[in-house]
Design a protein around this ligand. Structure first.
Ligand code: ZN
Ligand code: FE
Length: 255
């Protein structure tokens, strides 16, 4: 059976995610913005936390790791490259490594750009990819440490996944992201339809940051840097994809 996914809203706009393997009873959390919010979700479901997977070193992703580890004894997994600025790791991983949770194994993907050493966890059997602040719903993370070329390569590594893969990212910035995306592609029908769903989906309490990759390909302006129509709209016909991505990222920073 595939994992059972639960999104936990934390802080003002973060998400933590619980994945539960119904066959082995293992439960992992991806990022811990707030230990109390994750603990409350565990208590509500009666589940025992076995693993904590960290995407990157920012406080709004690791702030609750030590408290949750102390409370649960869960094994903490994070990037070896970032070990010097993460809570103590029980397992330090590198891109290409596998992380076993229950019966499934995640592949560790380098998604540097927002930070260097940022990783994503892809569980192919359940079709889930936890991307932190790299590829996000209708957006991507700001470039605090890496270059635009690095982030573009990271996005393309995620883009190589199956279109049905659910991208579960670290924040809900949907309103601002949709407004920006529409400024780049005002005529994109899929994007307009998606933007119109935001308010009703939010009212129904749907997690906004869990989206099939195929929908991101059709609507996310950062993934669409390679589209000839987007290049043309930016006056960048024929420019390399990574340069168009860099221009879209610059525009978002000023938007
Ligand atoms: Zn971050
Ligand atoms: Fe963040």
């Amino acid at each position: 059976m595939p994992f059972i996914l639960r999104a936990i809203p934390c802080l003002s706009d973060n998400y933590a995610y619980l994945i539960h393997d119904p066959d082995t009873d293992d439960t992992a959390v991806i990022d811990v913005p707030d230990a109390a919010a994750v603990q409350a979700a565990l208590d509500e479901t009666g589940r025992r936390l076995s693993h904590i997977l960290i995407t990157h070193h920012h406080d709004d992703h690791i702030g609750g790791v030590d408290v949750l580890r102390a409370a649960t004894g869960a094994r903490v997994v994070g990037a070896a490259a970032d070990a010097h600025r993460l809570p103590a790791l029980d397992l330090a991983v590198a891109p290409g490594d596998r992380v076993q949770v229950g019966r499934e194994s995640a592949r560790v993907i380098d998604v540097s750009g927002h930070s260097v050493g940022h990783v994503a966890y892809h569980f192919p059997d359940s079709g889930l990819a936890f991307t932190g602040d790299s590829l996000m719903a209708l957006g991507c993370g700001r470039l605090f440490e890496g270059t635009a070329a690095q982030m573009w390569d990271s996005l393309m590594r995620l883009d190589a996944l199956d279109g049905e893969t659910l991208i579960a990212s670290g924040h809900d910035y949907m309103d601002a992201n949709a407004a920006f995306a529409l400024s780049i592609e005002p005529g994109n029908a899929d994007l307009k339809a998606r933007a119109e769903r935001i308010a009703p989906d939010r009212a129904e309490g749907r997690p906004m940051a869990v989206v099939p990759l195929a929908l991101e390909r059709r609507t996310n302006p950062f993934l669409r840097a390679r589209e000839p129509a987007v290049k043309a709209a930016l006056g960048m016909t024929g420019a390399p994809d990574a340069e168009v991505f860099a221009e879209i990222r610059r525009r978002k920073d000023r938007f």
